[in-house]
Design a protein around this ligand. Structure first.
Ligand code: SAM
Length: 332
């Protein structure tokens, strides 16, 4: 076992890895897709499952505890279920989670359960079928809903719904979406709309979490803070009278959470990314494919994490945040 630990120079212990398993997606969400034409990566540009498992074994040896697979859409990558099962068997990894748009979830739910996955985040920004089609470009609301119900029927421990809120897109549905936490044992989390990868972002489209929270309180009554769990992400969580689930808010723009950031990311083209808002990346794939030993790879991780920016305002050497990559290659 390696004695090196994933501790960065700002005193943060990095226990959480997000992997973008593919840049391909079966939806075209208006707020996520780049405005310019883009081409998907060639399959050989994407890390193989063997390369990913080796990476995770080495990182687990250095203290990694949680891995989230995302994309693109992770469920469109062939062979994902056995891969997730193998990830869960790595000593030290306590949680294997998935973030999905839910389109294929109904078909995959049982397989994911059998593979030992218990924590699934489903992205859903509207409860209206027509609006779903206009946001995502596909008429799949009912498929996603059936997928969420399949997770609840199977008894998944943590089912979360992530809703990005943008003015003019869905802010009029905040109360309805939050009400899902009254009806179901679901954690509903609202996320501020971020400028990422040349998307159709504008400051005027952003609703800050303080305003979202006021809307939810107005509809559901007082929100009571609940402590976050082990290895938790940046959501501030609340319950309310009569709730079966929870409501959470993620504020990457209005109140950054860099001090407590425990994450690193692996892009779909195999680069280690240390901060969503920093284009500083390290070419893990190049190192692996040059024949690096385990020791050399562990050294690579230790060197790279020392470059994790202290906060997102220091994202680039010029000192301002930057995320020029498409969200699908980073994974959110
Ligand atoms: N396809 C999967 C899904 O839909 O969950 C995983 C990839 S998706 C890029 C991951 C998350 O990023 C989704 O919850 C999505 O809503 C969120 N996202 C994408 N673009 C965003 C933006 N500009 N601001 C905030 N969240 C964004």
């Amino acid at each position: 076992m390696s004695s090196a630990k994933l501790l960065d120079k700002h005193g943060r212990t990095l226990t959480y890895l997000r992997i973008s398993l593919t840049d391909r997606c079966n939806l075209r969400c208006t707020y996520c897709t780049p405005q310019h034409n883009f081409t998907y990566l060639h399959p050989r540009e994407i890390l193989t499952y063997e390369e990913l498992l080796r990476t995770c074994r080495l990182l687990a040896d250095m203290g990694l505890k949680k891995v989230r697979c995302t994309g693109g859409e992770p469920l469109v990558r062939q062979g994902i279920v056995p891969f997730l099962e193998q990830l869960g068997e790595i000593q030290g990894i306590e949680e294997v989670c998935l973030t999905t748009n839910g389109v294929l979830l109904e078909d995959y739910a049982q397989g994911l359960w059998d593979a030992g996955v218990r924590h699934i985040n489903v992205s859903l920004d509207t409860l209206r079928s027509e609006r779903f089609k206009s946001i995502t470009g596909r008429d799949c609301f009912h498929k996603v809903w059936a997928g969420i119900m399949a997770l609840l029927d199977l008894g998944f421990d943590k089912v979360k719904i992530n809703s990005v809120v943008a003015r003019g897109m869905n802010e009029d549905e905040i109360a309805d979406i939050a009400s899902l936490a009254k009806q179901y044992p679901i954690e509903v989390r609202f996320i501020e709309f971020m400028p990422v990868g040349h998307n159709r972002w504008g400051q005027q489209l952003v609703m800050e979490v303080a305003e979202m929270q006021a809307i939810v309180e107005n509809a559901l009554g007082a929100l009571n803070p609940v402590p976050s769990e082990k290895n938790a992400g940046p959501a501030k969580l609340f319950d309310f009278k009569g709730a079966r689930g929870k409501v959470g808010f993620i504020s990457p723009l209005s109140q950054h959470f860099c001090n407590s950031c425990n994450r690193i990311r692996l892009t779909s083209d195999g680069r280690l990314r240390l901060c969503l808002f920093s284009d500083l990346e390290y070419d893990l794939k190049g190192v692996i494919r040059s024949g690096a030993t385990d020791q050399a790879l562990s050294h690579f991780f230790m060197q790279a994490i020392q470059k994790k920016p202290e906060n997102y305002n220091k994202g680039t050497e010029a000192g301002s945040p930057s995320c020029t990559r498409a969200m699908g290659t980073i994974g959110g």
